[in-house]
Design a protein around this ligand. Sequence first.
Ligand SMILES: Nc1ncnc2c1ncn2[C@@H]1O[C@H](COP(=O)(O)OP(=O)(O)O)[C@@H](O)[C@H]1O
Ligand SMILES: [Mg+2]
Length: 251
Amino acid sequence: MTERPNGEPLVRLTGVNKWFGDLHVLQDIDLTIDRGEVVVVIGPSGSGKSTLCRTVNRLESIESGEITIDGQRLPEEGKELARLRSDVGMVFQSFNLFAHKTVLENVTLGPIKVRKQSKTDAEKRARELLERVGVSAQADKVPAQLSGGQQQRVAIARALAMDPKVMLFDEPTSALDPEMINEVLDVMTALARDGMTMVVVTHEMGFARRAANRVVFMDNGRIVESSTPETFFTDPSSDRAKDFLSKILNH
Ligand SMILES: Nc1ncnc2c1ncn2[C@@H]1O[C@H](COP(=O)(O)OP(=O)(O)O)[C@@H](O)[C@H]1O
Ligand SMILES: [Mg+2]
């Protein structure tokens, strides 16, 4: 399922450390993600999951260590950073759509501005993606006319429109009403099955069991465990993970 055509994982973090002032928020993080691999990151609030995601496309800087995408080191800034950053699609808890643009415009903006696609090509592709995430009938509406679940599916389509090599999801269903969670998770599961490389921060354990190749458990800025979903859910090795699982599975 996963492959390393040139011997390199798609994403590699080596010895990554980050501080916010005195807070050592990422501590000696080593993590590799292969092509086609789906990694679910879980852990208590404040353990550094969002920061980890944000360092992968340099929305946050790091103090030491190295991050590579497809074998290339992430530059600090400039054009090269913009290009590498567009290889990484990101979907946040709050959908972050442009409120005054239509759904179609939200999805075509990046491809036209950054990828320099023609409007015709960008719209054709956008309609395919909106179809794929099940919101093609909403193309001409503005985000406020859509449900939360529909907006989040538009956000996924918008990220996919840039043809990213890897997709990062940071608690994509946490802001949704319960009845809308599954429609978003279903889209993500289909994406995983189609071979997209994904890092997903979520507390949705059903999704982790169904779609993840690997579960990474974080606590206090460290990766405490990294194992298959099967092993993680039935036989976690650390007390921290056992404690965390008992809290989220028993309510
Ligand atoms: N911009 C920031 N400035 C200072 N502290 C921050 C900032 N962002 C996050 N933190 C702190 O870093 C820690 C990890 O945060 P975060 O990565 O958001 O954790 P998680 O996503 O696992 O809940 C928390 O203690 C949080 O308060
Ligand atoms: Mg977070």
